[in-house]
Design a protein around this ligand. Sequence first.
Ligand code: AMP
Length: 218
Amino acid sequence: MKLILLGPPGAGKGTQAERLEKHHKLVQLSTGVMLRAERAAGTELGKAADKVMAAGQLVSDEIVIGMIAKRIEEPDCKAGFVLDGFPRTVNQATALDEMLAEKGTKIDGVIEFVVDEAALVERISGRFECAKCKAGYHDKFKQPKKPGVCDVCGSTEFTRRKDDNAETVKARLKAYREQTAPILPYYKAKGLLYPVDGMAAPDQVTKEIAGVLSRIKP
Ligand code: AMP
């Protein structure tokens, strides 16, 4: 099965993509994670993307389309994948359709995370993760059980994304409204759009997605 998770930053796409990978054996393809890895490795691509990401704007279509085109050629993607953070423009969506058509395949469903934008700034600005195992936490909604110690691996080091501050979050939401939201009618017209309540608790969203999956025929 080939899925897209679509929704603004902080809607919970990453959390659900991880669960889909774990429980449904779909490879998680997150362009944000790939770009941060390039940046951390100090590659030319990472350097080019750094300023744009820090400003909360979108990296060029050319860069992200190239990254995804290369990644979906790898054997682990054959059985299915879940795209998280891609496509983010209509141009990226049409390029994706073309690259899949060339391989004789297509997207089976697009899960839209419906959210209250006003709540997202608080949701995103407070999030942090374990530096070692990447378990996710939040200042207000999910502190580690023992302060300063990761519940999962016991590490005492945590990191925050550079672009998870209130000012950049507002720019990222603007980019979503103006450049990404226009993709919704594109997939709706194809009968592929499945809305879920992104404001519900994560386990509830996972249940809603499981309901959607049972309706999708790959
Ligand atoms: P994310 O982790 O999905 O929130 O992405 C973090 C940042 O990476 C975004 O704010 C963009 O600057 C960049 N980015 C990630 N995916 C894309 C994409 N598909 N198109 C353009 N820029 C992207």
